[in-house]
Design a protein around this ligand. Structure first.
Ligand SMILES: *Cc1c(COP(=O)(O)O)cnc(C)c1O
Length: 250
């Protein structure tokens, strides 16, 4: 596909996606501007990010450090002068914290004290301050128990959310920004996102400006917006099917 064809495809996908977000916000009695689209560009090339920057998207999400670091560097060359905010949405091993803290503006996946400490130290060392969201594991809602899905999904148990939020709020180099969750593997995303909204209220009790709720992906963003999501993290509905990219990238 030529660059103009790909730009046209992304523009059409973005228009349809924005319409979904706006309709869901209105249906929930919320202003569409309250919901920020995080374009999850994992597996897709920096040229796609550059097209979306031209279309006015400012927030991009990645879930692997190496890919994210390289894409962020490419974008600063390809699109200098554009405002870009990089969101890290995947699990982070502690030895990657320093790298993530060098390019990420928002980390959605803070789920343990050691990781908060490592990110805070790394950010503070370079004079940065990262927005940190406490990732909650909602899988126990479908009776799987928080560990059943394996470590790959991450997240702290609901009952430990406030304690971790207090730790993040007290960590130099981090700003407690809110909460994040993945929809449940099975079961009802509505029940999960309703639970997340209650947990978000608890986190606002720790810091009144920690208002972010990161919830909703391509398949369930309407449900998440109905329960107060302020960030939706969307990959497939914007970029297309990742499976088609897998030969090139993974
Ligand atoms: C890949 C990913 C997304 C985007 O998922 P889609 O179904 O492609 O919209 C959102 N959040 C996280 C944490 C992801 O890893």
């Amino acid at each position: 596909m030529s660059a103009p064809e790909r730009a046209g495809e992304l523009a059409a996908n973005l228009t349809a996606l924005r319409a979904r977000i706006d309709a869901a916000a209105r249906a929930a009695g919320r202003a569409p501007g309250d919901v920020t689209l995080v374009a999850v560009s994992k597996t897709f090339p920096a040229t796609d990010v550059a097209h979306l920057l031209d279309l006015g998207v400012t927030d991009f999400g990645e879930n692997r450090d190496q890919e994210a670091a390289s894409k962020a560097a490419q974008i600063s060359r390809l699109a200098p002068g554009h405002l870009v905010r990089w969101h890290f949405v995947g699990q982070i091993q502690r030895n990657k914290a320093r790298s993530v803290a060098s390019y990420a503006d928002v980390v959605h996946s803070v789920d343990r004290v050691e990781l908060a400490d490592a990110l805070g130290r790394a950010a503070a060392r370079t004079g940065r301050r990262l927005d940190a969201l406490v990732q909650v594991n909602l899988d126990e809602l479908d009776g799987r128990g928080p560990d059943a899905a394996g470590e790959a999904r991450g997240g702290v148990r609901p009952r430990n959310v406030v304690a971790l939020a207090e730790h993040v709020a007290a960590t130099t180099g981090l700003r407690l920004a809110g909460v994040m969750a993945l929809g449940p593997l099975g079961g009802d995303p509505g029940a999960a996102f309703a639970r997340l909204a209650v947990l978000a209220e608890g986190v606002r009790g720790v810091a009144a400006d920690a208002v972010a709720i990161s919830a909703g992906m391509s398949a369930d963003l309407e449900t998440a917006i109905g329960h107060g999501a302020t960030y939706v993290r969307v990959g497939a509905a914007l970029f297309g099917d990742r499976a088609l990219m897998s030969d090139h990238v993974r």
